[in-house]
Design a protein around this ligand. Structure first.
Ligand SMILES: *[C@@H]1O[C@H](CO)[C@@H](O)[C@H](O)[C@H]1NC(C)=O
Ligand SMILES: *[C@@H]1O[C@H](CO)[C@@H](O)[C@H](O)[C@H]1NC(C)=O
Ligand SMILES: *[C@@H]1O[C@H](CO)[C@@H](O)[C@H](O)[C@H]1NC(C)=O
Ligand SMILES: *[C@@H]1O[C@H](CO)[C@@H](O)[C@H](O)[C@H]1NC(C)=O
Length: 462
């Protein structure tokens, strides 16, 4: 790890800072300003507001709105607002799972396809965690709509389904394949069935699936195909799980959309239509709207190579080379970096984290501290401070691709009396770095699987 001041990209930031100071002298700079040495954050802007800001009208036929699960932009209010402690505990469980999965020592974890009936120890399929962001997809003919979370860390798409042996509470009526004129079963010797983590054959030779997530939440049922309506695009013969037995914590969403790199993911299934590319912008707060787009028509994006880890082939890896905080650039080379939509807070090597924390503490020295919030150990009580000034931050990927963090990607708002640095640290410097959803907020993020590159651009959404 090397720390340097006023070099390379951080230097560019510094000059923009002087410029922005001049023009913004008498204004409250919003947390969304991307350039500059400091962010002046309107503290209340980080807390949930009472109205939902609607998105601009620039829609695309393969573009869906993304909203926060607990936000006002969510048409049906959800009442399972889990506590911050619970959110962080689940986040850590997902991180632990990714760490286990991405290291050699876990070669014994399930091979790509196990038979449901093979004598294997209970193994965890893929990581599903906070998944705070949800979209509405249509299934069947006539189209019924379902709100599902999406996950770059897993492949299979599924919804709870009739007949239901075991279902958790959801807001929408269950998907009922018998009510759809376009539904068909999938045979257990078909390609997609054999690509599942765990599959089996029913007495009529149709495909059965089972997916177990890192916290032992599970879904079990039939693999089927039906029409998927994604925004106004129609995807025929989409293959997904009809979950008859669903147990554990799924946050009351109707199911999950799998955006991983494996064969059954929506990206692989629609490769002919969208060239193996998808893009999203995760909104900054619970009352703003982002997007999920199949394909990419996103301008002003800079690309860094997409990498693969043989132990976790469905996950998206890239190479983080430095972090800038204020005018300090910290160069380092982690063993690997996962870009993950389902981890909430990024996990950094302890040596890098402590440097960032020290710089952050210095700049925040005038504010009263607050108790740590689980893995977020640097918190402040900002009750009496309407605006705070924090250093701007950016993540720098291979090829000097810079991703500027939104204010909401630097400070996490538990309550106004407990606002924390929105990063956590790994157990040791050898563990893979995880870039979570919080540090992706407001960015255009393009996953170009065909050309093995990942793009970042600013101002994708609010
Ligand atoms: C999956 O669900 C079916 C009933 O829908 C049940 O017969 C089967 O035992 C379940 N498998 C597992 C592993 O839970
Ligand atoms: C439902 O799934 C759980 C977890 O896999 C399993 O223990 C249970 O036996 C299943 N129930 C049925 C009826 O298949
Ligand atoms: C929508 O996105 C697709 C896929 O990237 C692109 O080809 C198309 O031009 C876009 N359409 C509009 C109206 O922006
Ligand atoms: C935060 O600061 C305010 C104002 O000083 C104080 O009244 C309140 O008790 C503090 N809250 C916590 C949780 O420390």
């Amino acid at each position: 790890m090397a720390t340097s001041s006023s070099l390379l990209s951080c230097y560019i930031l510094l000059s923009i800072f002087f410029f922005s100071l001049l023009i913004e002298k008498n204004f409250l700079v919003s947390a969304r300003e991307l350039a500059g040495k400091h962010h002046v954050i309107d503290v209340k802007s980080l807390l949930p507001s009472s109205s939902c800001s609607m998105p601009d009208k620039s829609t695309n036929s393969s573009r869906l709105n993304v909203v926060h699960r607990h936000g006002l932009c969510q048409s049906q209010a959800r009442h399972d607002k889990s506590s911050h402690g619970e959110l962080l505990r689940r986040d850590q469980a997902r991180v632990d799972y990714i760490h286990r999965r991405t290291t050699n020592s876990n070669a014994h974890l399930n091979p790509i396809s196990d038979s449901l009936f093979a004598d294997v120890p209970v193994s965890v399929g893929y990581a599903l965690a906070s998944n705070d962001y949800i979209i509405n997809i249509g299934l069947g003919t006539p189209t019924k709509y379902f709100s599902v979370s999406f996950d770059t860390g897993s492949d299979l798409t599924w919804t709870q389904c009739v007949p239901c042996v075991n279902c958790y509470t959801q807001k929408d009526p269950l998907y009922d394949p018998t009510q759809s004129s376009t539904f068909t079963d999938i045979l257990c010797n078909s390609y997609y069935c054999t690509q599942l983590n765990r599959f089996g054959c029913s007495s009529t030779s149709t495909c059965l699936y089972e997916e177990v997530y890192f916290d032992y939440s599970s879904t079990n049922g039939s693999l089927i195909q039906d029409t998927l309506t994604f925004s106004s695009d129609i995807i025929h013969n989409f293959i997904y799980g009809c979950g008859h037995n669903n147990t554990g914590y799924f946050g009351q969403v109707d199911g999950l959309l799998g955006l991983g790199r494996g064969a059954v993911s929506i990206i692989s299934q629609t490769a002919q239509l969208y060239d193996n590319v998808f893009s999203y912008c995760l909104p900054s707060g619970s009352n703003t709207i982002g997007y999920l787009l199949l394909g990419s028509s996103v301008p002003d994006v800079n690309y860094t190579p997409m990498l693969t880890n043989p132990y976790a082939p469905s996950l998206y890896f890239l190479k983080l080379i430095a972090i800038c905080i204020g005018d300090t650039r910290i160069d380092f080379s982690p063993t690997g970096t996962v870009l993950d939509s389902g981890t909430t807070f990024s996990r950094l090597p302890p040596s890098v984290y402590s440097t960032i924390r020290n710089i952050f503490k210095n700049i925040m020295a005038e504010y009263p501290t607050a108790a740590p919030l689980f893995s977020l150990d640097t918190c402040y009580n900002l009750t009496n401070y309407p605006n705070v000034e924090v250093l701007s931050m950016s993540l720098i990927y291979d090829g000097e691709v810079i991703a500027y963090l939104d204010g909401s990607g630097i400070i996490y708002e538990a309550t106004i009396s407990q606002m924390c640095l929105a990063f956590a640290q790994n157990n040791d410097d050898s563990e893979v770095v995880i870039i979570g959803a919080t540090q992706q907020r407001t960015l255009n993020v393009v996953y170009d699987v065909a050309n093995l590159k990942i793009g970042f651009g600013s101002n994708g959404c609010k």
